[in-house]
Write a protein that binds this ligand. Structure first.
Ligand SMILES: Nc1ncnc2c1ncn2[C@@H]1O[C@H](COP(=O)(O)OP(=O)(O)OP(=O)(O)O)[C@@H](O)[C@H]1O
Ligand SMILES: [Mg+2]
Length: 255
């Protein structure tokens, strides 16, 4: 009897890029930001996207978030509502911390008592229990970024369609001092393990990428495309190798 090899049905990945390109503008002034990007994030996976300044990292996240459209290729999105955490927390200054976390739930039509409870639970998760009634200006930069993270988790948490959650983070800790950054990196790992959400995390810091990610994906200088990937879980020694590759990518652009 001949064995038949059956193709297993794909586990639904939150996002998959197929030869994605993005060009801004037309004619001589056009800028090719991304070209031929193939990338997939598995359910629950933590992927760090690394690349030189201007290589198209933010553009790539914006495409996933639906804030912009690709000009070539296709993005298969199986996550119901990817949430974004930006470099600056971008909180609503007139709302309290709890009010900011509740906002995506309010927009999704979640009843008041349920969103109160969810916001309290998420503020506890980011270790801000008891600070829900503070306004953004009363909080430190690190605390504000925790609120932004809780708000992002709120917008992925109420999905009832069974689609995998996806959190997009664009250099969320780069404006923070080294100690706060270190604490928040640890907190993010704890939260990732607790929630099981997939994370696509943009950084230009190799150490941060290796500490946080299970996989590090290096983009070339503009136009950005995937040049190399590393499985870095339990492989802290990858820092030197990745640094060398990143330097090569940057100098090839400058040459
Ligand atoms: N809306 C836009 N219109 C025109 N050009 C744009 C636009 N957004 C980005 N670009 C260009 O696309 C390229 C990639 O920009 P992007 O912001 O994605 O880079 P990045 O990798 O996030 O850089 P950084 O690390 O500095 O944040 C840059 O050359 C930028 O000038
Ligand atoms: Mg950017």
């Amino acid at each position: 009897m001949t064995a038949t090899i059956e193709t297993l049905p794909d586990v639904l990945s939150p996002v998959r890029f197929h030869q994605v390109g993005k060009t801004f503008g037309t004619g001589r002034k056009s800028v090719v930001a991304l070209d031929g990007v193939d990338l997939e994030v598995e359910p629950g996976e933590f992927v760090c996207l690394l690349g030189a300044s201007g290589c198209g990292k933010t553009t790539l996240l914006n495409l996933v978030a639906g804030l912009d459209q690709p000009t070539a290729g296709r993005i298969e999105l199986n996550s119901s509502r990817p949430a974004v955490v930006f470099q600056e927390p971008a909180l609503m200054p007139w709302l309290t911390a709890a009010g900011n976390v509740e906002l995506p739930l309010r927009m999704a039509g979640v009843p008041k008592s349920q969103r109160r409870a969810k916001a309290a639970e998420l503020l506890e998760l980011v270790r801000l229990a008891g600070l829900g009634d503070k306004r953004p200006h009363e909080l430190s930069g690190g605390m504000r970024q925790r609120v932004a993270l809780a708000r992002a988790l709120a917008s992925t948490a109420d999905s009832t369609d069974g689609k995998p959650a996806l959190l997009l983070m664009d250099e969320p800790f780069s404006a923070l001092d080294a100690i706060t950054r270190d604490v928040l990196q640890g907190e993010l790992l704890r939260i990732w393990r607790a929630t099981g959400t997939a994370i696509l995390f943009v950084t230009h810091d190799v150490r941060e990428a290796v500490r946080l990610g299970q996989r590090v994906v290096l983009l070339s200088s503009r136009p950005g495309r995937v040049v190399q990937e590393w499985d870095v879980e339990d492989a802290p020694g990858a820092v030197d190798e990745i640094n060398t590759a990143l330097r090569k990518v940057i100098s090839s652009h400058a040459a």
